[in-house]
Design a protein around this ligand. Sequence first.
Ligand SMILES: [Zn+2]
Length: 275
Amino acid sequence: MKKILLLLLAISIVGCKNSEKKEAKKAAVKLYVLDGGSILVKKLEAFSQDTTYTGQTKQLSDAYYVISHPKGNLMWDAGLPEQLVVAEPFNEPSGVFAVQRADSLVNQLKTIGFKIEDFTYFAMSHSHFDHTGHANYMKDATWLVQENEYNSVAGDSLKTKNPALTALTKVQKLNGDHDVFGDGTVVIKSMPGHTVGHQVLYLDLGLEKPILLTGDLYHFEENRTSKGVPSFNYDVKQTLESMDKFEAFAKEKNAEVIIQHSTLDFERLKKLLKK
Ligand SMILES: [Zn+2]
């Protein structure tokens, strides 16, 4: 009887080790998607160079992401500021957006077992207010930013332009694509146009397809199919060139494209990551 029990114990230990091994391989790079706020676009025409969307409104999400890698953790984008954790959406002065954030960074990280101090790297697709929200908390992480984007927001004007960024003192300036952990699993791709140093993120999580986070290259599905360029973009021609480059890369990698402001893709990605 004792022998049988020992045998069963041995089998269960071996079984456990095997599944742990499998799990470890699968879990090498992990992605978590978090809710950085909601954006109601009250004047959708702002997202076109013409009158395509005049009279329309649209609900956008504002996701940010945590990527855990054996060599460290990266946070991608930073949602809306925590001052917008309020009961009613805030109507900003231009009249285009109503914005609101559901919860603080600390509370949201807690839901996935992370703390603010856990991050080696911090990067944003670009430095607009809906992506820099809680950036001030990321002061211990190294900020990975395109040099021209940094120059466009840095210097004396930084405090007035975007106070959330003044806390970021550890800076690694990039000039083009950047393989964050050096193994091809997490790669920042330079895709300028929306801003001078806009970038997107390629992630190979070992899933069926790699994932491509668009930043604000596109804001919603129709934007992608019609190659619509928002009225507030830095450079229209450069945006269109980046869109072509992005589509060619997505095709080459057979990637799952996730539009960061799309409410549909926010839910779709959560489902993909649960599989
Ligand atoms: Zn945005």
